[in-house]
Design a protein around this ligand. Structure first.
Ligand code: ADP
Length: 259
């Protein structure tokens, strides 16, 4: 962005010319805009579940509890779901701010990819089972060691598996694979899900960017999962990538140093 202003050059009332002054304010302006958008997004994301919780709680307090116990049970379920959404959002926000604070110390050690992946899968298995989705890991993973903070690597895998499950219809397949690229290892999580339209791909790692907000929220998404993934991978000196075909599936991958 260039800030432009024009300064007229005059000599006793006669216009001699005009000087254009340009300032490059792109970085500052952009940062300020990102910060403002972020605060607005956070407020919006927080407000929705709080409004829902308040509304249903008011209805219950207003007499619904005794008048209609069955409906009340349903309302309590809705209150619970929205409280969970709030908890997920606050958790992700804390993780992001921790990652961005700059004073986060990664505990990088040689990590066995298979055991880390198994811990991540164990946490996601229930959600996958409920949709009849299978998760398959390639044989290469067994022999692979990477330099990483184990807990953070597990979080990356959890977020990618979580998305793969959320955005894949019932009885789909998720495959985790890895391959060597020089002294790096590329780890890929592929699914047979909805896919992502090409025009959304460049923005998919931005905070709160979603292809379909309603669907993401329905699935309990915070819109922060991929930006957390990207942050963690970049802190490790790796990169993230995605390929996707709408209607067919997506593959999210990231690189880490081989150990
Ligand atoms: P969310 O909490 O919404 O899932 P993410 O940051 O994890 O937030 O992902 C951002 C958006 O990217 C999602 O809302 C979804 O539109 C899209 N997305 C992420 N992973 C996948 C996937 N495996 N398949 C299809 N779309 C995906």
């Amino acid at each position: 962005t260039l800030l432009t202003h024009w300064v007229p050059l005059q000599d006793e009332g006669t216009l001699l010319g005009v000087v254009a002054v340009f300032h490059d304010i792109s970085d500052l302006k952009l940062l300020e805009k990102i910060r403002r958008d972020f605060v607005a997004n956070v407020s919006h994301e927080l407000r929705t579940p709080v409004t829902v919780i308040k509304g249903y709680a008011e209805t219950l307090l207003g007499g619904e509890l005794s008048a209609n116990p069955e409906r009340s049970a349903r309302f309590l379920g809705i209150i619970y779901n929205h409280a969970e959404r709030l908890a997920a959002l606050i958790g992700d926000l804390l993780t992001l701010s921790e990652l961005e604070s700059g004073d986060l110390a990664l505990e990088v050690t040689p990590v066995n990819l298979e055991s880390t992946l198994n811990s991540a899968i164990a946490l996601m298995e229930h959600a996958a089972d409920e949709k009849g989705i299978t998760i398959t890991c390639s044989d290469q993973i067994g022999a692979t060691r990477v330099l990483a903070d184990r807990g953070r690597l597990e979080q990356v895998l959890i977020n990618l598996l979580d998305n793969a499950i959320k955005y894949t219809p019932e009885r789909g397949d998720i495959t985790v694979d890895c391959s060597r690229e020089g002294n790096m290892v590329r780890i890929a999580v592929a699914d047979t899900g909805l896919g992502i339209p090409p025009q959304d791909i460049p923005r998919i790692f931005e905070r709160f960017y979603r292809v379909d907000s309603a669907r993401s929220r329905d699935q309990g998404g915070t819109g922060l999962g991929l930006s957390i993934v990207k942050h963690i991978v970049q802190l490790h000196g790796g990169t993230v990538a995605v390929t996707s075909t709408p209607g067919k599936g997506s593959a999210f991958s990231f690189t880490l140093q081989a150990a």
